[in-house]
Design a protein around this ligand. Structure first.
Ligand code: C2O
Ligand code: CU
Length: 471
């Protein structure tokens, strides 16, 4: 199938998918996702199309939009040449629906299918992607956004979703096939050379058309396998209303909106300038790759309204169990390894093995609490009591950034380098800077075996991964 830009935009439009399928009935909203190989134009017409792997053959995959409290039923059909699964990133699903191969389900073989079904407990911006060979499968384009609407969403004129990603393309726009590069594994991961928004290269001609006086809710999702973004909105003052799908007190993003892989932010953007105004959205997380992502272009016609809306924008919070930090049990989780790391060896399958040998023979480069692990299924790093309150002290003893993601739960980020965080924000993925120490707190209220891993997917494959058992 050829995917035109129009059909892609249509797939991304805020179509009331759930309304059409399920309304408010108890019937689950059902959708089929065929994971398959397809061609898509990522870069300007001077280049060929790229062979991608996409849900329904498009990148990003279909935007699933439902209401809080509904049930979602997804039939995954695997038409890929490899086994796959779907993980529902950020959603508190029953363990059997979590999409982790060999831990919560067998991988879905080529030609196979698997049915996911779960209630949507929390409103917010989430996403879905494979958990099998994800450093390759996500890089090839397997990801999509899942929006769960609040029962009472804030008043905006329009919603826009930007799926931020990148690709490592050869001059003929095909993938560079070095998905398992040892360099990426031991350094910052597979950072691409072509950034896309909603599956299209936008740096040169991407435009967000707006009207003077308009208010937009912009949902940002970083689906890149390694790239971190820091967005700036020239002469505009976005307010952050949610992080990782969870409400935060609306606040300005003074130093830009930082999104590590896997992370999301919901912004409210007002457009106060005169018709005809132009402004840039830029990314400067890596100074040497800084540049424009999008241009905001105000229509020339009359303003939508003379005075900006002043309706409240705060979201109501999801019903998350609040951890009691004073009585929480504390555990340290020490991350080591990678290039320029300080450890020399690690425990691997009961044996002390040097990191050099681990990299050469097992493609592992990262160490969690002294051990290196391969694949998903291994003995739990921690066994947590169901209903127990926990603080995890995540210690990054490496020279690299790591977005650490916990499955099945949402946690509060309570401290960084010993200093309490001002917002104590909820998150499912927390970005740790090199040598940083971050404390997170949560109630272990979802039974099962849950992954805790770095969302730089080459790091995850390289051993930056653990299982937490809740029982
Ligand atoms: Cu978004 Cu374990 O992953
Ligand atoms: Cu990492």
């Amino acid at each position: 199938m050829k995917v035109s830009r129009r059909s892609l935009l249509k797939a991304l439009a805020a179509a009331p998918f759930a309304g059409a399928c399920a309304g408010r009935s108890a019937q689950p909203a059902q959708v089929t996702l065929v994971a398959r190989v397809a061609k898509q134009r990522l870069v300007p017409a001077a280049y060929p199309e790229t062979e991608v792997w996409g849900y329904e053959g498009i990148v990003p995959g279909p935007l699933l939009r439902l209401r809080q409290g509904e049930n979602l039923r997804v039939v995954l059909e695997n038409h890929l040449p490899s086994a796959t699964t779907v993980h529902w990133h950020g959603l508190r699903v029953p363990n059997a629906m979590d999409g982790v191969p060999h831990v919560t389900q067998p991988p879905v073989a080529p030609g196979g299918r698997f049915v996911y079904e779960f209630p949507l407990r929390d409103a917010g911006t989430y996403w879905y992607h494979p958990h099998e060979q994800s450093q390759e499968q996500v890089a090839r384009g397997l990801y999509g956004v899942l929006i769960v609407e609040e029962r009472e969403p804030p008043r905006v004129d329009r919603e826009v979703t930007w799926v931020l990603s990148d690709w490592r393309l050869a001059p003929d726009a095909s993938h560079r096939e070095d998905f398992d590069s040892l360099f990426d594994l031991t350094h910052a991961g597979r950072i691409g050379n072509t950034v896309t928004i909603n599956g299209r290269f936008t740096a040169k001609d991407g435009v967000l058309n707006v009207r003077s006086g308009e208010r937009i809710r912009l949902r940002l999702v970083n689906t890149a396998v390694a790239r971190i973004f820091r967005l700036h909105f020239e002469r505009h003052a976005p307010r952050v209303i949610a992080l990782d799908g969870q409400a935060v007190p609306p606040h300005a993003a003074e130093k830009g909106v930082v999104l590590g892989p896997g992370m999301r932010a919901d912004l409210v953007l007002d457009f106060p300038h005169a018709p005809g105004t132009r402004a840039e959205v830029t990314d400067d997380f890596y100074p040497r790759m800084a540049g424009r992502l999008m241009e905001i272009v105000y229509a020339n016609g009359p303003p939508l309204r003379e005075r900006l809306l002043d309706a409240p924008v705060a979201l109501s919070a999801n019903a998350l169990a609040d951890p009691d930090v004073a009585r929480a049990e504390r555990h340290e989780i020490l991350f080591q390894g990678g290039a320029m790391g300080s450890v020399r060896d690690a425990l691997f399958q009961g044996e002390r093995v040097t990191l050099a040998r681990l990299a050469r023979e097992h493609h592992l480069a990262w160490v969690v609490n002294g051990a290196a692990v391969k694949g998903h299924a291994h003995a739990p790093l921690l066994s947590l009591k169901r209903g127990g309150h926990y603080v995890l002290d995540l210690i990054n003893e490496t020279a690299w950034h790591h977005p650490i993601h916990l499955h099945g739960h949402v946690f509060r980020i309570i401290a960084r380098d010993g200093a309490p965080t001002p917002l104590r924000e909820w998150a499912d993925t927390v970005l740790m800077a090199p040598r940083e120490r971050v404390e997170i707190a949560f109630v272990a209220d979802n039974p099962g075996h849950w992954m805790l891993h770095c969302h730089v997917l080459a790091h995850q494959a390289g051993g930056m991964s653990a299982v937490l058992r809740v029982a």
